[in-house]
Ligand binder design. Structure first.
Ligand SMILES: Nc1ncnc2c1ncn2[C@@H]1O[C@H](COP(=O)(O)OP(=O)(O)O)[C@@H](O)[C@H]1O
Ligand SMILES: [Mg+2]
Length: 358
């Protein structure tokens, strides 16, 4: 079976790496000449909205998926008219607009931060009065890794925040005083079976995911599963879905979702029976899902901006290095390290050692 992927970055690369043992082959559509998936997948060089390339992809592949949420929803709709295409185009369209994303959470009774739609400076002024707290202004479209966002401590920051996002259609949301940030990753098959990985606690630096700690048996697991299952079923979803959550006491507030494999799920490569990449492929190819059971005490650290000396990392007994074959550049994710240990103490020791190496 040949899987087509829109996008040829590290997520496509890791999908292909997980899919080769299943006998799958891969072809990507990607405009970048130095795409890091090219080592493991055939590449069609072209834009995501190039109709002739999309047709070629549909001709060559048996099923199509995508590796990031800013591919044009129209391209996915077009592909869907020709060949099976998962996750569904509607999930992509919802997540491409933060306002629609918040609306679906609310419609499903999944709590979120209070928010208001903002189209003009005046809307922002009124919204800040209504919210009455510190807030974050976010463009409705195309934000990622903290881009397209501005924080407002008070009404005094309104003009600067508006300029920061260049007056684009936006939402402003009240700042959630969260105790921890979590994500949950789940997968739904073509026939509607679902499976969830354990909650992952995430920490960010300058808006970019820095590290993830797996929280097996967290008391909030059941609530997080309830929320993500509602989303999966509502959207008749197929594939891996990630839901970002804020924890406040015993409550969870949904922040956003990603209709794809997710950075906070990279630990599953070494720390789960079946990783998120393989499970995504199993789902989109109509195969039975694999077990999401964790295999120990697990953490993931991102390598961002520069490549450290890898020998001391590889000398740690339970470290697994994953490099993306991307040129190092400030703020760019170039790899990650998974630690999968048999007990908590070993994880803490090696995590400390790793942090001092990076
Ligand atoms: N309403 C909020 N309250 C508190 N922190 C927030 C809120 N919205 C976003 N953040 C912080 O900013 C980070 C990035 O915001 P997010 O909406 O996830 O955008 P991105 O698409 O860039 O990941 C979040 O992971 C969280 O740390
Ligand atoms: Mg996010």
């Amino acid at each position: 079976m040949i899987v087509g992927i829109l996008g040829g970055g590290q997520l496509a690369r890791m999908l292909a790496l997980a899919g080769h043992p299943l006998g799958l082959k891969f072809i990507t559509l990607e405009p970048a000449k130095d795409a890091c998936s090219a080592a493991v997948a055939e590449q069609l060089l072209g834009a995501y909205d190039d109709e002739s390339k999309l047709s070629e992809l549909a001709d060559k592949a048996d099923v199509v998926t995508f590796e990031f949420e800013n591919v044009p929803a129209d391209s996915v709709t077009l592909l869907s008219s020709k060949i099976p295409c998962y996750p569904p185009a509607n999930a992509l369209a919802i997540t491409q607009d933060r306002l629609n994303e918040k609306k679906i959470f609310n419609q499903l009774n999944i709590p979120t931060a209070p928010y208001r739609a903002v189209d003009t400076l005046d809307d922002l002024k009124q919204a800040m009065e209504k919210l009455g707290t510190a807030a974050i202004l976010k463009t409705r479209r195309e934000g990622y890794d903290g881009k397209g966002q501005a924080r407002l401590e008070s009404a005094a920051d309104i003009t600067t925040a508006w300029q920061t996002i260049a007056g684009k259609p936006a939402i402003v949301e009240g700042l959630v005083p969260f105790d921890r940030e979590f994500s949950i990753i789940a997968v739904r098959s073509r026939t509607g079976e679902t499976a969830c990985y354990p909650l992952t606690e995430n920490s960010h630096k300058r808006g970019i995911l820095h590290s993830s700690l797996v929280r097996t048996d967290d008391p909030l697991q059941a609530l997080a599963e309830q929320y993500i299952n509602k989303l999966l079923n509502e959207m008749s979803y197929v594939g891996v879905l990630a839901l970002e959550l804020f924890q406040v006491g015993d409550q969870l507030f949904a922040n956003e979702f990603a209709p794809r494999v997710h950075n906070s799920g990279h630990w599953t490569q070494d720390g789960a029976v079946c990783c998120q990449f393989e499970n995504h492929l199993r789902a989109v190819c109509g195969l039975p899902l694999g077990s999401t059971r964790p295999l120990g005490h697990i953490a993931m650290l991102n390598l961002i901006g520069e490549l450290p000396n890898i020998n001391p990392i590889l000398s740690l007994p339970d470290a697994h290095l994953h490099l993306y074959d991307k040129t190092a550049r400030s703020g760019r994710k170039i790899g990650h390290i998974n630690l999968c240990c048999k007990d908590k103490q070993q994880l803490e020791q090696q995590l400390n050692a790793l942090q001092s190496l990076l």
